[in-house]
Design a binder for this molecule. Structure first.
Ligand SMILES: Nc1ncnc2c1ncn2[C@@H]1O[C@H](COP(=O)(O)OP(=O)(O)O)[C@@H](O)[C@H]1O
Ligand SMILES: [Mg+2]
Length: 153
């Protein structure tokens, strides 16, 4: 993957495919960070991206927004997927109460919706995924920007 890549999608399935592509790359490369920080407004397609991603790693998982649970676990071998939604996180105490730090150390990949809410808790190395509605006159159009953030940049 390039340091930064921009993809345009026009339907939900293409955003899911973007997630699936990232998951395939992460399964092949040991070097990519195992943390995906998702950014973008309500209804833009973050959960759709996670659904596609998870379909590669845990094909039988049913991916839904964890807005109320805050975190959903999709157990799989060799790696599980930990799917967070930080929309309702108000403080570091909230993160502690869901055992956030423990998840970071477990053998799995974390995907975090609403990473905007927890800038202080994003690891030094992560994959950044920004999803935007790029053209308001085209309801289904999305712009997805992916970037691997490493400490030495
Ligand atoms: N190109 C697209 N990519 C992703 N979702 C899309 C796209 N076009 C339309 N949608 C719709 O937008 C909504 C995205 O919902 P969701 O993934 O739950 O968003 P979020 O998790 O960001 O709040 C879904 O209803 C989906 O069908
Ligand atoms: Mg969501």
């Amino acid at each position: 993957m390039n340091k930064q890549s921009v993809v345009f999608t026009t339907k939900t399935e293409e955003t899911e495919q973007c997630g699936a592509n990232l998951a395939s790359m992460m399964m092949q490369s040991q070097e990519l960070p195992r943390f995906v920080a998702l950014y973008g407004d309500l209804g833009v397609g973050k959960t759709a991206f996670v659904r596609g991603f998870t379909s590669v790693i845990s094909p039988t998982a049913i991916v839904r927004s964890p807005t109320f649970a805050l975190v959903n676990e999709y157990r799989a071998k060799p790696l599980s997927v930990f799917h967070f939604d930080m929309y309702r996180i108000e403080s570091e105490d909230d993160l502690i109460s869901i055992g956030y730090d423990d998840y970071l150390m477990r053998n799995g990949i974390c995907l975090v919706e609403w990473s905007e809410k927890i800038p202080y808790a994003i690891p030094d190395e992560y994959v950044k995924v920004l999803i935007e509605k790029d053209d308001l006159s085209r309801e289904y159009s999305r712009k997805i920007t992916t970037e691997i953030v490493t400490e030495d940049l």
